[in-house]
Each structure stands twice: as C-alpha cells, then as structure tokens.
Design a protein around this ligand. Structure first.
Ligand code: SF4
Length: 196
C-alpha cells in the first residue's frame, strides 16, 4: 500500500482521470502524432495572376478560402510564386512575397473617386459613372483633336492629345488586346508597364 496524503491523492486521481478522458475523446497522443499533416492549402481556390508591382511581371498563385458557394465569403489567405510561369519560375522578390498584405491593406482603394475641377475633395462614384465619364472625355477630346493628315498632306489618322498607360498586372494577352484597342483609336501615346 502506497502512503500518500490527501493532497497527493487528489493530484494522482485527477491526472489519471484527465488522461483517460482524453483517450475516450479520441485525443490519444500516439494516433494523433502518427497522422499525416494536412497540406495547408487543401480545399483552397487557386487563381493565377500577375504581380502588380513592377515591370518584371512575375506570375503568382493566389489561394483563397471559400468555394464560390452563395454563403461563402472568399478571402485571399496565401500567395506564392507560380512555378510554371516562364518569367519567375516560382520565385518572388520580397515585394511580391508580401502581396497578401497589399490585398488586405486598409489604405487600398476599392472604388473610383472623382475630384471636381477646383475642388480639394475626392468623392466616391460608381463604376458606371466612372466609365461613362472616361468615355465622354475621350470622345470629346478625340473629336476635337484627331488629325487625318499631317502638314505635308500625308495621311496620319492620329490622336496625340490623350495617352494610355496599362497596368503592370496585365498579362501578355491583355496587353496585346489593349494595344489593339488603343491603336484603333489612333492614339500613339501608349505604354504597358509590364514587359510581358
Ligand atoms: S515579385 Fe518582385 S520582381 Fe516580380 S513583378 Fe513583383 S515586384 Fe517585380
């Protein structure tokens, strides 16, 4: 018979009870430790994209929670380099590797804003209003300044008073289509930040 006082008795029986309860609940350490660790990106939605920061235009993979179901709120939780991308082959510089913070930054602009001439304030407008305004201003400027012939009489069909800068996140295909659309207006001032 082991000699123990009242305090020691409660300590021993309490510990035994706790460990047997854990086993009953399926939390036995041996099978838990033997289980293969789940891949952290299992059941995520994978989306391919291009890093928006610089003209290198590295390919990225965005992983988001949410399967597109009606009540599922999608949220990007992880970004890594796309190993199949010919530009970066899976690598990212520190800026690209920190992209997930840029996505969730409270300072990020989520909607178009407009500042009226002479005003010191920006006001939020809808995408429809923004597109209509851009289209209106482009049309008016093109109608007023489009040149069909140069001073020597040669045909030029050019529009020199408006320019276009496409985003660095544009892929090769988007850059090609954007180029075709802009050139079809006769606009010559055009650049695409990404050299892809
Ligand atoms: S990951 Fe770095 S090098 Fe690549 S496009 Fe982004 S900013 Fe440029």
């Amino acid at each position: 018979m082991v000699n123990m006082n009242r305090r020691q008795f409660f300590k021993v029986t309490g510990a035994s009870l706790a460990s047997s309860s854990m086993v009953l609940l399926g939390a036995a350490p041996t099978p838990a430790m033997a289980e293969v660790r789940q891949y952290k990106l299992t059941r995520m939605t994978e989306t391919r994209n291009t890093c928006p920061y610089c003209s290198v235009a590295c390919g990225v993979l965005l992983y988001s929670r949410g399967d597109g179901g009606k009540n599922a709120v999608a949220s990007v939780v992880h970004i890594e380099g796309d190993s199949d991308h010919p530009v970066n082959r899976g690598t990212l510089c520190p800026k690209g590797a920190g992209l997930v913070d840029f996505i969730h930054s409270p300072n990020r602009l989520h909607f178009p804003e407009y500042r009226a001439p002479g005003s010191d304030k920006w006001q939020r407008i809808s995408w429809d209003d923004a597109f209509k305004r851009i289209a209106r201003l482009m049309k008016d400027d093109r109608d007023a300044n489009f040149e069909t012939t140069a001073s020597d009489g040669s045909t030029v069909n050019r529009w020199l008073t408006t320019g276009m800068l496409a985003a660095s996140a544009s892929s090769n295909e988007v850059g090609y289509v954007t180029h075709k659309v802009i050139r079809s207006f006769g606009m010559l001032g055009f650049d695409n930040q990404a050299r892809v």
